[in-house]
Design a protein around this ligand. Sequence first.
Ligand code: FES
Length: 181
Amino acid sequence: MTKNIYSNRLPVVQQLREANELSEYPKTVSDKRIILIDKTIAAYGYRRDALLEKLHVAQNIYGYLEKKILLHISEKLKIPPSQVYGVATFYNYFKLKKPGSHAITFCLGTACYVKGAEEILSAVEREFNVKRGETSADGKISIFVTRCVGACAMAPNVIIDDEMIGKATKETVLDKIRSLL
Ligand code: FES
């Protein structure tokens, strides 16, 4: 089963509040990465207005911002969890779920949309049984959508991991993804 990372935002905020895992974390977790985050927080003098920088560092270290990390930062900065979560969800850059091994990003800006990006995206969703904003049950692919990536002349554009596929077709995108799995 797959989970939509963009849905149920309010329940997640509630979960953050109810989780009450702060007192156990990181004491029960043998995770040295948390020390790096704490050093960053200290380096910024525990400033609340440097929350974005801390979230950046945390994501660079972990690859995504899991709930426990958000709670930890919330506790360290004495900022309500809902506020930390609100900032993390406001920016598309931040990922709240562990991404799949391969990231497939579709540009759905106007030029790409009119050139058929939506149809390619739907074909990928059907074939790999994963919806936009989600990660496949086997953790192999995540599908993201974005707006104009600045290459309209090559529309429709699909980015598979670090490779930009311009003038993409259903066949080229499906074949490329199949070759990765
Ligand atoms: S709309 Fe897709 S690159 Fe511009």
